[in-house]
Design a protein around this ligand. Structure first.
Ligand code: URA
Length: 472
């Protein structure tokens, strides 16, 4: 017997037919189910119907719901499978939930696929305004291509959410139309999406704003929003760019977070980074990269260790790596480093013979557009990083130290004030090492007055000459 279900109201029609057939005791194998158009009869004739004893359909409520959801799957066999299952359940020949039964297993898998498809449709339908924006009820249209014929199952959600506007959602199977509070379905005429309009820009902005780069996982993202749905999503063209810039924006988010950890978190922080037994200046880099004793490390590209001979007689300490140093992994590689090199050469100070390092080993910055703007490390961060500077001092054991700028002076002497007044003086560190204080080259670069800059540059050059002498 052939049952032809209508395309609209398909599930309700199947339910009525299943009840009627069961009441006549028609076994599952006697029925051929189709939707819309009659299936061509393979045998050229309709065999005589083999009816049996009436079967009363009795099913758990959950079974009814899940079976009817599975009927929205695109598998042509779904109606027959569902009918066979409801008969067996009602006759006690199958237990609901018995996943070892291949037919029930299949049906439940299809039900899951349909639920997922409905969820996708709820998430990814994008409306374009098609009416007068000033009208009492504004009118919108959307095109969506679900994997299964789910329009009837998915549309009531939109009626609840967008009840104050008129809308049409067209799918390749059916079109849902919501007008003046009434939801109706029709067979889709044109199979193409409606034309784009300005509201797509709104969707783009919306999507760019809800995108959280710190939580980006491309595989999870494509499983949530499979690529097949992208073509009808105006914002999908942003995805490659969002993925590309995600690391940068994640760093920006981290940098915008408070830099001082809460007291309790600070107490829980390991006292010292895990440095492998017997680590040397040359081998400490991985531990430095991984250091999170303060939050800066989480934002920077890498830790920038000191460089130079381990037997250096002079240790030169700056503030922290800058943008260039962060990328290159070497101290004083950028503009401040170039000025330092020029002054050192003039002063007869051999940089290559010194141990050149920083008070803080990671780059602290605030992103501004594509630029990363240097941020001075705070006292807590300098304290946290002193562990590394102390390690370097212990391993290099320099004869003299040159502190360039207030941060280096604070880290080494515990006092970061009045560097302008203290420059050119030698202070004695706790272990007795002489420490000459001078201005930071970056400070000179920032001075707008060329006369003052030249004057201070000459003083710093003189300090470098003194430092070379102290460590000779
Ligand atoms: N400024 C510093 O203090 N150190 C560097 O390595 C670069 C710039």
């Amino acid at each position: 017997m052939q049952v032809i279900l209508p395309r609209i109201g398909m599930v309700a029609a199947w339910r009525a037919e299943a009840r009627r057939l069961a009441a006549s005791g028609v076994p599952a194998e006697e029925v051929r189910w189709t939707v819309g158009d009659p299936a061509p009869d393979l045998f050229g004739e309709t065999p005589g119907l083999r009816a049996g004893q009436a079967i009363e359909l009795r099913l758990p409520r959950e079974a009814v719901e899940r079976i009817e959801t599975a009927l929205h799957h695109s598998d042509p066999e779904r109606f027959a499978r569902a009918y066979a299952i409801v008969l067996r359940l009602s006759q006690g020949r199958l237990r609901w939930g018995d996943r070892s039964d291949p037919a029930l297993h299949r049906l439940l898998a299809q039900e899951k696929a349909v639920r997922r498809d409905i969820h996708k449709m709820h998430a990814f339908v994008r409306f374009r305004e098609i009416g007068d924006p000033a009208a009492v009820r504004r009118a919108f249209a959307a095109w969506f291509e679900p994997a299964h014929p789910i329009a009837e199952a998915a549309a009531p959600f939109f009626a609840g959410r967008f009840g104050d506007m008129d809308w049409v959602i067209a799918t390749p199977h059916l079109t849902a139309r919501f007008e003046d509070g009434a939801l109706n379905f029709s067979e889709t005429q044109g199979k193409a999406p409606p034309p784009a309009d300005a509201t797509e820009d709104l969707w783009r902005t919306y999507f760019a704003n809800i995108f959280n780069p710190a939580r980006l996982m491309v595989s999870a993202m494509t499983s949530e929003m499979p690529r097949k749905y992208w073509k009808n999503l105006p914002e999908a063209e942003l995805i490659p760019e969002l993925i590309r810039t995600a690391p940068e924006r994640a760093m920006a988010m981290q940098a915008a977070m408070p830099t001082e950890p809460p007291t309790r978190a600070a107490k829980l922080r390991p006292e010292r980074p895990a440095l492998p037994e017997g680590a040397t200046l040359a081998t400490m880099k991985p531990a430095l990269d991984a250091c999170r004793r303060c939050p800066i490390g989480g934002c920077a590209t890498q830790g920038v260790a000191g460089e130079g001979p381990e037997t250096a007689r002079l240790m030169i300490v700056g503030e922290q790596p800058g943008d260039r140093e962060d990328l290159e992994g070497r101290p004083f590689a950028g503009p401040a480093g170039q000025l330092f090199d020029a002054m050192a050469e003039e002063a007869g100070l051999d940089r290559a013979a010194a141990w050149v390092t920083n008070a803080v080993k990671h780059f602290k910055f605030t992103p501004r557009g594509k630029r990363r703007i240097h941020q001075r490390p705070d006292a807590g961060e300098v304290e946290a990083c002193r562990w590394w500077l102390d390690l370097e001092r212990k391993l290099v054991r320099p004869k003299a130290v040159l502190a360039m700028g207030a941060t280096a002076a604070f880290s080494l002497t515990g006092n970061g004030r009045d560097i302008a007044r203290r420059r050119g003086t030698v202070e004695t560190l706790a272990d007795g090492t002489p420490c000459l204080l001078t201005l930071h080259p970056a400070h000179l670069l920032r001075l707008p007055d060329p006369v003052l800059r030249a004057e201070l540059q000459a003083k710093v050059t003189a300090d470098l000459r003194l430092a070379a002498g102290l460590s000779a």
